[in-house]
Design a protein around this ligand. Structure first.
Ligand code: HEM
Length: 490
């Protein structure tokens, strides 16, 4: 037997014969099972996979994670999701592997530099202003304090931002295109929360040829892809005729300008689809749950409001605020929108470990030999809250931890912006992290400045991955009710 077979195993009586441990993980509140088993078994253990596939190794040892993320082309995305990504989003940077990925990533990078992001901030502020007005209008109509469902406001706001910064196109909440796309997503999210939706990628992972069957749903382009292609093709025509889009600051313009003829038109459009979808759900999710934390921590909310009241409402000024920064870091740490990622070893290797592992035969290893084909899950939520790293309050919302020196000397994970795994690390780290952080900062600051948010007593909000982290109430996705009252500044 291999070393993998001797790794600690999640309790067998908690696995189903056919669905392994995996169904249970996905249907329980996000991260809970990984965290519980990590507490029980240590930072490296294995679980039973669905459909009789080989066991999967769960890794929250920081050195092992660093090794996997720094060797992004030896540990690639598994065949589990790639066909689905290709159908839903096309063959953009999220889908590409190896040299193809290297090339795309390099061509796209100029669209996400600090100066490119700064140039997008006025657009974010405009959309934010409209969103605050929508809130205020609805609150006034309901008589001064209202119970509102946050995702009804934040989802369309972020979608409009990404449409505008993506290609300067109005996908505002009352446009037909936006309604079509948001309705299609709602369906996808609901589908994903069904058993069939959960099973489909597992089946495709085992039998990739199934996507070649003449089944319409497997070939049909997603609605968002059709809409983006329509808008994008029109813009490409305009570009050929007038060259007008090479002047703008949108991601589309930057790509047209920077990549010239080096990225073909289809790949460029597939990337715009990717940005719209990946950039929308994740950022909205981070904002939902950070606002919800603030709604349950009024002291923190008041401190934040006082801080943002005093400054010019520009990205330059807001980006310098320490408490806003601490709140956003804490939200990103506690609510990784992509709750985990999966990787497969493309060759035999030895993974270094920070913490030794005791195997089933009693022997202790300080590095983990792995075989080509072994699969790994990096459970971001478990790592981001690990009490050994963050202290006993690791699962709680405490923005102050980023302000005092309490994190100094700790074995923190590595990542862009903030030492968590939420944006991953290495060559496949989130390419949109600067944009995400800018949006989250501005939207949280703008909403908290204008309104007070309070939780609704007695409502239990669950965090379920579907597939990004979604708020659920009583099994219903996209539900996060809060009480909202306007703030009148003196
Ligand atoms: C809070 C918000 C966000 C979070 C938590 C987040 C998280 C992540 C994570 C964990 C990955 C790695 C996925 C994997 O390899 O398994 C990723 C990749 C990616 N993200 Fe984000 N993301 C966010 C916002 C955005 C935004 C705003 C955009 C663009 C507009 C974006 C575009 C991408 C792309 C294109 C990739 C693929 C990169 C590659 O494979 O080279 N993300 N993101």
């Amino acid at each position: 037997s291999t070393t993998k077979d001797k790794l600690p195993l999640a309790p067998l009586d908690e696995a189903s014969l056919v669905l392994g441990h995996q169904y249970r993980i996905d249907k329980t509140e996000c991260g809970v099972e990984y965290t519980r088993w990590t507490g029980l078994l240590g930072k490296v253990f294995r679980i039973k996979a669905a459909l009789f596939q080989p066991d999967v190794i769960i890794v929250s040892d920081h050195l092992a994670i660093q090794h996997i993320t720094q060797n992004a082309y030896t540990y690639s995305k598994s065949e589990f999701l790639r066909p689905i990504i290709a159908t839903l989003l096309g063959r953009g940077v999220l889908w590409a592997e190896g040299d193809e990925h290297r090339i795309q990533r390099k061509l796209i990078a100029p669209a996400f530099t600090p100066s490119a992001i700064k140039a997008m901030s006025p657009t974010v502020l405009q959309v934010l202003d409209k969103t605050v007005q929508r809130f205020q209008h609805d609150i006034a109509a309901l008589g001064g304090t209202a119970m509102l469902n946050l995702p009804d406001y934040i989802g369309p706001c972020i979608f409009e931002i990404v449409g505008r910064v993506g290609f300067n196109h109005d996908l505002g909440y009352n446009t037909t295109e936006s309604k079509q796309v948001l309705a299609a997503w709602k369906q996808d999210v609901q589908l994903f929360s069904t058993f069939g939706g959960w099973l489909a990628p597992h089946v495709i992972g085992i039998m990739p040829w199934i996507t070649k069957l003449p089944i319409k749903a497997l070939h049909e382009d997603s609605i968002v892809k059709k809409i983006v292609y329509k808008i994008g093709n029109r813009m490409l025509e305009e570009q050929k005729l007038t060259g007008e889009h090479s002047e703008g600051t949108s991601i589309f313009s930057v790509l047209v300008k920077e990549s010239g003829s080096k990225m073909d038109e289809k790949t460029l459009l597939d990337n715009i689809v990717t940005f719209l979808v990946v950039g929308h759900e994740t950022t909205a999710s981070a904002i939902h749950f950070t606002l919800y934390d603030l709604a349950r921590n009024l002291e923190a909310q008041t401190r934040l409001r006082e801080e943002v009241m005093d400054v010019d409402f520009t990205f330059e000024a807001l980006d310098k605020l320490p408490y806003l920064d601490a709140v956003v870091r804490e939200g990103i740490r506690l609510h990784p929108a992509a709750r985990d990622t999966e990787r497969v070893a493309l060759e035999d290797d030895v993974i270094p470990l920070r913490h030794p592992i005791t195997l089933a035969d009693g022997s202790v290893i300080t590095s983990l030999p792995v075989k080509k084909g072994d699969k790994f899950i990096l459970p971001f939520m478990t790592t981001n809250q690990d009490p050994d790293v963050w202290g006993p309050d690791g699962a709680e919302f405490v923005p102050e931890r980023w302000l005092d020196n309490s994190l100094e000397g700790r074995d923190l994970p590595r990542g862009p912006y903030t030492p968590t795994l939420s944006f991953l690390d290495g060559a496949r780290m989130c390419i949109g992290w600067r944009l995400a952080v800018m949006e989250i900062k501005l939207v949280i600051a703008g909403l908290v400045k204008a309104m007070e948010f309070k939780e609704v007593p007695g409502v239990k909000v669950d965090r379920i991955a579907s597939p990004a982290l979604q708020p659920f109430v009583n099994g219903q996705p996209g539900r996060l009710p809060v009480r909202v009252t306007p703030v009148f500044s003196t």
